[in-house]
Design a binder for this molecule. Structure first.
Ligand code: IMP
Length: 432
């Protein structure tokens, strides 16, 4: 049983601040779909997939690449870092075999160039830093909206490609030197680097809008793989401490050209507790020993930057908000086993800010950072749930916790992940 994936066209979206374990869920289901599609974000993402005890971390490749028989698409909404992409393609050659006709990159996607990363570094060196991954994401999307992007289709003609990169580098060098007082990028070196990478990615470039639309006409099924989490969405997250794309299901249409009406099933993925990396408010953050225990047991260090993640209790106000803006049809719960060694486990069911009570997530970051969580307390189970794959084999108190969350959120969790490996999953039968 478990999650109903037989409905065509499913999205998998993070319900928190990213790192919810989406990669594992995508990998688990990707074999059931014809196309696996990334539609936003870039190399700031880090999707970890463990297969046969081997760990793979994908930043740009869709997490379906290890499932032969899937076609993997990098949509127009993705910030494409060519060097990172080529490293990943090379890195999975043994495990995935040839990606010819199995990987496609949108000719409409924008390309991250070295000056984007330098601008990211410069803006992060000031007082108002966001705590970004330094992958050039904010500057890239700013350029895209400002209509100054270098796009994948610009790679196709080698002469105009070279000329466009030179022009953009010179323009950005003025910004770097005159506004930031930083070193300029070496224009010739950037051109040479991109021209070399161009040769490697050329076989994968196509009009992915046409590819996906034809796929839809032929009745092919699609899995849309979200990156980051809903609270990092540029519109709905904890602005300005967000990423620069729409991480919620609303980003799918703009990010790959598949109409919203085609996305039939939206699976939200949430950890059994909360983490966040970077700056910005996180109402249930535990800066004490509880936070450390969660970090240690959960291996909560960024897959992209290695930074320790901030950890805290499950925030039902925040997850309900995320579920409603995404229109999730179902939720998957991950990393239950991380809670194995706690005497008590808390769940936030409301916030108070001075004399006002909030039951939904406030827009104002200053208000969010003053939120005092109201907790419901559950009894810990103090025994191992690691790799349990049967709901009835869970300790009673672990089932109480899961059912308690379900009651608070008004959902059921048909899929519960209890460890890193592909097999460490509970699929629940109806009524269990
Ligand atoms: P950027 O996306 O690199 O600009 O970073 C903006 C914010 O999003 C920072 O707080 C990052 O830590 C966070 N962020 C970006 N990508 C991820 C991710 O994949 N997981 C978790 N946090 C992320």
């Amino acid at each position: 049983m478990g999650i109903q994936v037989d409905i065509q066209n499913t999205a998998i979206i993070g319900m928190q601040w990213g790192d919810e374990g989406k990669g594992k869920i995508v990998d688990r289901y990707s074999g059931d779909f014809n196309y696996i599609v990334r539609f936003q974000g870039g190399a700031n993402a880090g999707h970890t997939v463990v297969v046969n005890d081997e760990t793979f971390v994908f930043h740009l490749l869709p997490s379906g690449v290890l499932n032969p028989g899937t076609v993997n698409v990098i949509g127009n909404g993705v910030a494409v870092d060519l060097a990172q992409l080529c490293t990943e393609i090379d890195g999975i050659a043994d495990a995935a075999g040839s990606l010819e006709n199995r990987l496609w990159i949108s000719d409409r996607a924008s390309v991250v160039l070295p000056y984007h990363k330098e601008r990211d570094r410069q803006s992060e060196s000031g007082e108002e830093k966001i705590g970004t991954t330094l992958r050039g994401i904010g500057p890239l999307y700013s350029d895209k909206v400002g209509r100054k992007s270098f796009r994948v289709c610009d790679l196709l003609d080698s002469d105009s490609c070279r000329e466009k990169i030179e022009r953009l580098c010179r323009m950005n060098n003025r910004l770097l030197t005159e506004v930031y007082g930083a070193e300029p990028v070496d224009v010739e070196a950037v051109v040479d680097e991109i021209m070399a990478l161009r040769a490697q990615v050329m076989p994968y470039i196509c009009d992915t809008v046409e590819l996906l639309c034809n796929g839809l006409k032929e009745g092919k099924s699609m899995l849309f793989e979200g990156a980051q989490g809903s609270m990092l969405d540029i519109d709905f997250g904890t602005y300005p401490y967000v990423t620069s794309s729409n991480t919620t299901a609303g980003g799918i249409t703009n990010g790959c050209g598949v109409a919203a009406s085609e996305v039939k099933n939206i699976i939200g993925v949430t950890k059994a507790y909360t983490t966040r990396v970077g700056e910005g408010p996180m109402p249930t953050e535990c800066t004490d020993e509880t936070g450390e225990m969660l970090r240690d047991k959960g291996g909560e260090y960024g897959a992209t930057t290695g930074r320790p993640r901030r950890c805290g209790w499950f925030d039902a106000v925040q997850v309900s908000y995320a579920a409603s803006i995404n229109g999730t049809s179902t939720l998957a719960l991950t990393k239950l086993d991380v809670l194995d060694a706690f005497d008590e486990i808390k769940v936030c069911i409301g916030y108070s800010v001075e004399d006002r009570i909030y039951r939904t997530f406030p827009a104002d970051t200053a208000v969010c950072s003053r939120c005092v969580p109201e907790y419901k307390v559950f009894r810990g189970w103090n025994s191992s749930t690691e790799n349990v794959s049967d709901f009835s084999s869970l300790p009673d108190k672990a089932r109480e916790y899961i059912e308690g969350l379900e009651e608070i959120l008004g959902v059921t969790f048909p899929l519960i992940s209890t460890g890193q490996s592909r097999e460490a999953v509970i699929f629940r039968d109806k009524g269990e």
